[in-house]
Ligand binder design. Structure first.
Ligand SMILES: Cc1cc2nc3c(=O)[nH]c(=O)nc-3n(C[C@H](O)[C@H](O)[C@H](O)COP(=O)(O)O)c2cc1C
Length: 328
């Protein structure tokens, strides 16, 4: 048996502890299916706006391509509520969660917000629930909400980030909670997987690495831009959504420097600025004026292979690192 196999692999019945991050728009059925077919856990990024029936079609498309387990990542947007009351999700979120339950998707992930009110039904159906967190107190809250595992993603990563770097966040979360932890943020290869395991995590959660793959639903210019971006080529800005988000530095991010006071609160900035700029970047391929979320991990990515090859390479590199340790 592979030395990389961890208890969460047994829980989820996957071969390798390599988890592809849920990424709104980018991570659709083809990417999720390719990662799962290669023995990792692929994930459909449903965001908070995907139409529920579109999500059902994506889920069925994964199933048509592989019989391996996979996940759906939803941003659990709520209608204003107090924390001690029942959580009220938006109608769209409720409809998407229902689809995940109806289709018996093996793993449900909350990329933002609390999945608390979805947990009892998920448990009845045998669905594993995980939450993405960026701070120890968020991990503790997620566990109190009943999740089965937490994904700790550090500020080195792409997309929405907190302020704690991966190297401090992961071991701190591992120490704070009893459930399995996955590690994300700035990790892009087999060395990152070994680092994650050394920190006490049971697997690695990678976003940017999987954008630069053939199956990701992103314009080729975006994929190529990641391969050309070095570790210093990203910035954290609120200009995309009103929340801190790591993007590739370009004309869009530069145009907001000194205009921070004009940024609207979440979610208004996203509706007025981030959404159209995201379409420009991810779909039209305008890498200067569009929004291109990516992690510092961009500096470790030089090619756009198939997602299955990425999974196989990560595992081979990690095995190579372990063999070096054993030989020493
Ligand atoms: C384009 C993009 C979109 C993202 N969208 C989501 C999302 O919808 N839900 C979520 O949980 N995380 C999202 N993330 C964050 C990832 O889950 C993950 O934390 C991050 O990509 C890890 O860092 P890395 O990019 O260096 O691998 C997104 C990241 C990127 C780059």
């Amino acid at each position: 048996m592979s030395m990389l196999r961890t208890p969460i692999c047994d829980l989820l019945q996957i071969e390798h502890p390599v988890f592809q991050a849920g990424m709104g728009w980018v991570a659709r059925a083809d990417l999720a299916a390719a990662v799962s077919a290669a023995g990792g856990l692929g994930c459909i990024g449903a965001g908070s706006t995907t139409d529920a029936e579109e999500l059902r079609a994506e889920i069925r498309s994964v199933r048509a391509q592989t019989d391996r387990p996979f996940a759906v990542d939803i941003l659990f947007a709520t209608v204003a509520s107090k924390s001690d009351e029942a959580v009220r999700y938006t109608d769209q979120v409720t409809a998407m969660v229902d689809v995940v339950f109806e289709e018996r998707v093996p793993v449900l992930i909350s990329g933002l917000g609390s999945p608390r009110d979805a947990v009892p039904r998920a448990k009845e159906l045998g669905i594993t629930v995980m939450s993405v967190v960026g701070a120890v107190r968020h991990a503790e809250k997620a566990v109190a909400d009943g999740v089965d595992a937490v994904i700790a993603s550090g500020s080195d990563g792409g997309g929405h980030v907190g302020s704690i770097g991966t190297a401090a966040l992961i071991p701190a979360v591992v120490d704070a909670v009893e459930v399995p932890v996955l590690a994300g943020g700035g990790l892009a290869d087999g060395r990152g997987l070994i680092a994650a395991l050394s920190f006490g995590a049971q697997g690695v959660w990678m976003g940017t690495r999987f954008i630069a793959t053939q199956e990701a639903r992103a314009h080729d210019n975006y994929k190529q831009k990641i391969t050309q971006t070095n570790t210093a080529g990203t910035v954290v800005t609120r200009a995309h959504s009103g929340k801190t988000c790591r993007l590739i530095r370009n004309a869009f991010t530069e145009s907001w420097l000194g205009r921070e006071a004009e940024i609207e609160p979440y979610p208004l900035q996203g509706m007025h600025v981030g959404h159209p700029a995201s379409l420009k970047g991810r779909i039209e391929g305008d890498v200067e004026n569009g929004v291109l979320p990516a992690g510092q991990s961009s500096g470790l990515i030089a090619e756009v292979p198939s997602a299955g090859d990425v999974v196989r390479r990560i595992v081979a590199e990690a095995d190579g690192v372990l063999s070096k340790f054993m030989a020493a």
